[in-house]
Design a protein around this ligand. Structure first.
Ligand code: WQD
Length: 340
């Protein structure tokens, strides 16, 4: 069985669907601090299979140990952790406790049960302010905020473990900007409160939940002055996890992979694409730059293409239409009642 920590979350739930449809048996462990049990019901609705679910916090090592006692876990995909950059600047200790101690607990329990196969949810944030784009895995790593620092520290912890014991198989997946939703519109991104990220903000403006998009600066050295990012469909991200898991199953050692499309789009390009694809209007105004933002960030994904035989297959149109389909069907996210 495959354990997904944080499996009820945005990327976790989409990866659950991908694994279930590839006939893996999965166990989800999630503390539901940034996700909803309803996503498990939706995973079952999509796949016809209900994953085993444990509501637990990775800081509760005893409860986590019981998951391994009660299930034949052969590999782990580790999504569980806090991930808001701004919040991490205000609450660094909460981020170190949650993300580092939670991960150390998981690794300890894995070791005690002889489980040495791990896919780790890392982030392009570990590249800090890249000297150039597109970004390759060999680029220098640095952190510009506590969230990114926890990702970097965990990558270093995993590297030391792999050095100490060559039997471990570890893939560290550096996500660029995940967007979109499963084509059914039953699962999707459901941020609590005001969305930090661009895409959920756009969909909430489009549905009338928010009046206006603030574009954080249009004076960057980019195609139109607004920030450029590598947006990747969440289902492409999910398939990347399946490929990394399969690579781990037939090889040992540790490696990092960029999961991006290799194409950068600016904020204005994303707004225009969303309006065109979904025939909606997104009112916006340009405001000051957001502290910590960088001008451009997009991936060189050739290593994952070659070594994982993984390719992002969904383009901007799918990202825009699938994100909108989820939002329209779930105006209040998972709190929206879905009548079968
Ligand atoms: C994208 C672009 C903003 C909101 C973050 C994390 C990263 C990863 C993905 C976890 C930027 C602009 C945004 C808005 C805007 N998360 N923007 N108005 O900052 O690239 O990456 O999310 O792994 O770690 O750092 O994503 O969606 O916040 O911003 O103009 O209301 O949209 O300036 O250019 P980001 P984002």
């Amino acid at each position: 069985m495959i354990l997904l920590t944080g499996g009820a979350g945005y990327i976790g739930s989409h990866t659950c669907v991908e694994l279930l449809e590839a006939n893996y048996e999965i166990v989800i462990a999630d503390n539901l601090s940034n996700s909803d049990i309803e996503s498990i019901n939706r995973i079952e609705k999509i796949t016809g299979k209900r994953p085993v679910f444990y509501e637990l916090d990775l800081l509760d090592q005893e409860k986590l140990n019981r998951v391994f006692e009660e299930n034949q876990i052969e590999a782990v995909i580790h999504f569980g952790g806090l991930k808001a950059v701004g919040e991490s600047v205000e609450e660094p200790l909460q981020y170190y406790q949650n993300n580092l101690t939670g991960t150390l607990n998981l690794l300890e329990v894995m070791k005690n049960h002889g489980v040495k196969n791990l896919v780790f949810s890392s982030s392009a944030t570990v590249y800090g302010e890249p000297a150039s784009v597109p970004i390759r895995e060999s680029f220098p790593l640095s952190a510009t905020n506590p969230y990114g620092r926890t990702k970097l520290m965990i990558e270093e912890i995993l590297t030391d473990i792999a050095k100490a014991n060559s039997e471990w198989s570890i893939s560290m997946l550096r996500y660029f900007n995940p967007v979109g939703a499963h084509v059914s519109g039953l699962i999707g991104e459901d941020p609590s409160g005001i969305p930090n990220n661009l895409f959920p903000f756009i969909t909430q403006v489009a549905i009338g939940a928010r009046s206006m998009l603030n574009i954080f600066g249009d004076d960057y050295p980019t195609i139109d002055g607004t920030g450029v990012r590598d947006y990747i469909h969440v289902m492409d991200l999910a398939s990347g996890h399946l490929k990394a898991l399969e690579k781990n199953l037939y090889s040992t050692g540790i490696d990092a992979y960029n999961l991006g499309t290799g194409i950068g789009y600016s904020v204005l390009q994303m707004v225009r694409a969303f309006e065109e694809v979904n025939h909606v209007k997104i009112p916006y105004r340009v405001t000051a730059r957001r502290p910590g933002d960088i001008a451009e960030c997009y991936a060189d994904a050739r290593k994952a293409n070659k070594e994982l035989n993984w390719y992002a297959s969904r383009g901007l149109n799918n990202m825009c239409s699938d994100a909108w389909n989820w939002q329209v069907k779930n105006p209040s996210g998972y709190k929206t009642k879905v009548y079968s």
